[in-house]
Design a protein around this ligand. Structure first.
Ligand SMILES: NC(=O)c1ccc[n+]([C@@H]2O[C@H](COP(=O)([O-])OP(=O)(O)OC[C@H]3O[C@@H](n4cnc5c(N)ncnc54)[C@H](O)[C@@H]3O)[C@@H](O)[C@H]2O)c1
Length: 253
């Protein structure tokens, strides 16, 4: 089996950052892309960029941690773009704090978006993939899965996504669906800019400090992750499933 010619891809959290770069990359790979983020209006820039490059995209407002909204987002993409055969679970939030200061809400919101959101979106999208006999799910983990000070909630969620990835790979493999995860290191986006602000550093100083411990000697860019998503989604990666690839400019965080 190969992917259907009219198949669509869904990228969650694709109004900006890594998700936006991934949506653009998948559009240039030939997919019609469902650009899903909290608010439909936020998605306009990504959709226009894809259309300006000659691709097809649809802005969809949905909170991926809400079961009805997640299902509705998948249904809308299927109705308006074609059956989603690719899902990139990229939407994410950080609520960093040391354990003794971390609130239940900080814990729950991170679990809700990363874990519950990826579960709900995957459950809704797998129907279209298994029916077609071809599909790709890519989950965004992080080097923080290995442990990171001030991120008990986030590192737990990102490690959890690795287990989720491996189990879905086992369950869905026989339907022609592969499931993999990407664990980025430091990527310059609004998320890492917010971290710089929280620790009281300018983004430039924060990036420089990060680069100091990155073997390839530069910051990560959203396109570095988009390229890796494109690899997992391509036909050539059909025998690669249940894997986690660290994209961090070196072997570890
Ligand atoms: N930037 C990094 O260094 C880095 C490193 C490792 C992993 N990641 C992961 O990569 C992914 C993207 O990160 P980014 O840096 O582009 O972040 P970002 O904050 O720039 O973008 C995240 C997007 O997700 C959306 N989002 C948040 N909650 C949502 C929800 N409930 N439903 C729908 N959309 C929602 C936001 O509105 C935003 O557009 C995240 O999962 C993040 O944890 C990022």
């Amino acid at each position: 089996m190969t992917r259907s010619p009219r198949s669509a891809a869904i990228v969650t959290g694709s109004a900006r950052g890594i998700g936006a770069a991934t949506a653009r990359r998948l559009a240039s790979d030939g997919f019609a892309v469902g650009v899903v983020d909290l608010d439909e209006k936020q998605c306009a820039d990504t959709v226009s960029a894809i259309e300006a490059d000659g691709g097809r995209a649809l802005a969809v407002g949905a909170d991926v941690s809400d079961a009805e909204q997640a299902q509705a987002a998948v249904t809308r993409v299927a109705d308006e773009l074609g059956p989603p055969q690719v899902l990139v679970n990229n939407a994410g939030v950080i609520r960093d704090n040391m354990l003794f200061k971390m609130s239940e809400q900080d814990w729950d919101s991170v679990m809700d978006v990363h874990l519950r959101g990826s579960f709900l979106m995957s459950r809704a999208a797998q129907k279209h993939m298994t029916e077609a006999g071809w599909g790709r799910i890519v989950n965004l983990s992080s080097t923080s899965a290995l442990g990171n000070r001030g991120q008990a909630n986030y590192s737990t969620a990102k490690a959890g996504l690795q287990g989720f990835t491996k189990t879905l790979a086992i369950e869905l493999g026989k339907f022609g669906v592969t499931v993999n995860a990407i664990a980025p290191g430091f990527i310059a986006t609004e998320m890492t800019a917010a971290t710089a602000e929280r620790v009281g550093m300018s983004f430039e100083d924060f990036k420089e400090a990060a680069i100091g411990s990155i073997p390839v000697g530069r910051e990560g860019r959203p396109e570095d992750i988009a390229n890796t998503v494109s690899f997992f989604v391509g036909e050539q990666a059909g025998f690669v499933s249940g894997q986690v690839i660290y994209v961090a400019g070196g072997p570890k965080a």
